[in-house]
Design a protein around this ligand. Structure first.
Ligand code: AP5
Ligand code: MG
Length: 208
């Protein structure tokens, strides 16, 4: 499967990707996770990206496009990939199409996980993640239920930044919904239901 997960911040892209990875072992390419790893490691990329991420703004296209196109060449992506958080602008979608066309690995689907903004603000301000394994949980998880690791709150999960991320999504990323509808790849899934119910629809949409 070669798929793109679309959806607002907090729609559940990472949650659904984790389920697909667990069941099918597909390569999960999350630009947000890659950038957070770069920030943690203190690389040049991380230093450059941090100010955009902390404000909830997009990291410039040229930086992100290069990062993803390199990542797609790693061997684990040969058997399929789940792009999570990329593309986020029309320029990114066009660059992705050009690259996938060149290597003859077309997308199978663009899944839009649809959730209303007010639900998202609540979800993101109460989200907590595991420092050790990246498990996505909530403030109710004192320790990671998967590995027992320490849970933390992402720097961009405060209400002010979340609202900016939602504005940025509407302005820059929502237009991609029409972009993928035009190429008949778009499947919209109601993301405001139990995560396992959402996952059943994700699999149905992918014919799995
Ligand atoms: P990124 O890390 O991609 O963040 P995002 O798009 O804002 O999305 P999130 O990771 O916040 O949400 P999600 O949809 O994965 O939801 P999750 O499953 O965690 O990007 C961060 C930043 O990096 C950007 O702001 C930007 O600066 C930069 N960046 C990244 N990619 C870029 C790009 N391509 N171009 C430019 N800049 C880029 O779930 C959220 C919460 O809800 C969790 O607590 C979870 O447990 C809960 N939840 C999930 N599903 C359900 C459900 N069905 N019901 C109830 N709760 C649920
Ligand atoms: Mg995510």
């Amino acid at each position: 499967m070669n798929i793109v997960l679309l959806g607002a911040p907090g729609a559940g892209k990472g949650t659904q990707a984790a389920k697909l990875v667990e069941e099918f072992g597909t390569a999960h390419i999350s630009t947000g996770d890659m950038l957070r790893a770069a920030v943690k490691a203190g690389t040049d990329l991380g230093k450059q990206a941090k100010k955009y991420m902390d404000a909830g703004d997009l990291v410039p296209d040229d930086v992100i496009i290069g990062l993803v196109l390199d990542r797609l060449q790693e061997p684990d992506a040969d058997n399929g990939f789940i792009l999570d958080g990329f593309p986020r602008t029309t320029a990114q979608a066009v660059a992705l199409d050009a690259e996938l066309g060149k290597v003859q690995r077309p997308l199978d689907a663009a899944l839009l996980i649809d959730v209303q903004p007010e639900v998202i603000v609540k979800r993101l301000t109460s989200r907590r993640m595991c420092k050790e394994c990246g498990y996505i949980g909530s403030v109710a998880d004192e320790k990671c239920p998967k590995c027992g690791g320490e849970m933390y709150q992402r720097d961009d999960d405060n209400e002010e930044t979340v609202r900016n991320r939602l504005d940025v999504y509407q302005k820059s990323t929502a237009p991609l919904i029409d972009y993928y509808r035009g190429s008949e790849l778009l499947v919209t899934i109601d993301g405001d239901r139990d995560p396992n119910v959402v996952y059943a629809d994700v699999k149905k949409a992918l014919g799995l």
